[in-house]
Design a protein around this ligand. Structure first.
Ligand SMILES: CC(C)(COP(=O)(O)OP(=O)(O)OC[C@H]1O[C@@H](n2cnc3c(N)ncnc32)[C@H](O)[C@@H]1OP(=O)(O)O)[C@@H](O)C(=O)NCCC(=O)NCCS
Length: 161
């Protein structure tokens, strides 16, 4: 996946196009779907994603979300994560969405709870961050939680590229 530019000199139209093209390919391959979030003034405030889509008998993906800290506590997190959850279930036709959150990330845990996500336990040593394996606390939603029926005919099969 293309990394976001970090330096002002890297903020070029050509780098932007590379990122958009890479994201489009991931979307076409049914593996990663993201949204850039803009506020009413047109300012880019963060992004949300459905990541690592797994099909077959799982139909599961992970949620990713980030609001830039100068825009925290204005409701953008809740509104935009709710939007990608709706897309995940209704458009991408997933059965389960999971958020893996570091236990110290109180803001993210509060957000997950406020969206009705269920705490399912600790997934030990899940991610290699800051040079160590860290635990994640897992929050989840399934279609049943939202009263959406999921039949065998709803199973989406991975497209072959
Ligand atoms: C977690 C995260 C997405 C939350 O984003 P956010 O935009 O601040 O979330 P919201 O504004 O919807 O909600 C946060 C709080 O603001 C409050 N809030 C919402 N609108 C508000 C407003 N207009 N004025 C004051 N407070 C407001 C909410 O009630 C909530 O309060 P609480 O934490 O006391 O319950 C953000 O902190 C973030 O990006 N963190 C870093 C990345 C990260 O951790 N991602 C998740 C990895 S698992």
């Amino acid at each position: 996946m293309e990394a976001y530019p970090k330096l002002p000199s890297e903020l070029t139209k050509s780098n932007f196009n590379k990122i958009v093209n890479a994201r489009n390919k991931l979307r076409e391959s049914d593996s990663f779907y993201d949204l850039a979030i803009f506020n009413k003034k047109g300012i880019f405030v963060g992004n949300v994603a459905v990541m690592e889509v797994s099909r077959g008998i799982s139909q599961t993906a992970f949620l990713g979300y980030k609001i830039f800290n100068n825009h925290w506590r204005q409701g953008y997190g809740k509104e935009s994560v709710q939007a990608i959850i709706d897309i995940g279930f209704k458009d991408i036709k997933l059965h389960r969405l999971e958020a893996g959150i570091e236990p110290t990330n109180i803001r993210s845990i509060k957000l997950a709870k406020s969206l009705g996500m269920r705490r399912e336990g600790i997934k030990k040593r899940s991610l290699f961050l800051r040079n160590e394996w860290v635990d994640l606390v897992m929050y989840s939603l399934t279609t049943e939680d939202l009263g959406i029926k999921f039949n065998s005919s709803d199973l989406v099969h991975k497209k072959r590229m």
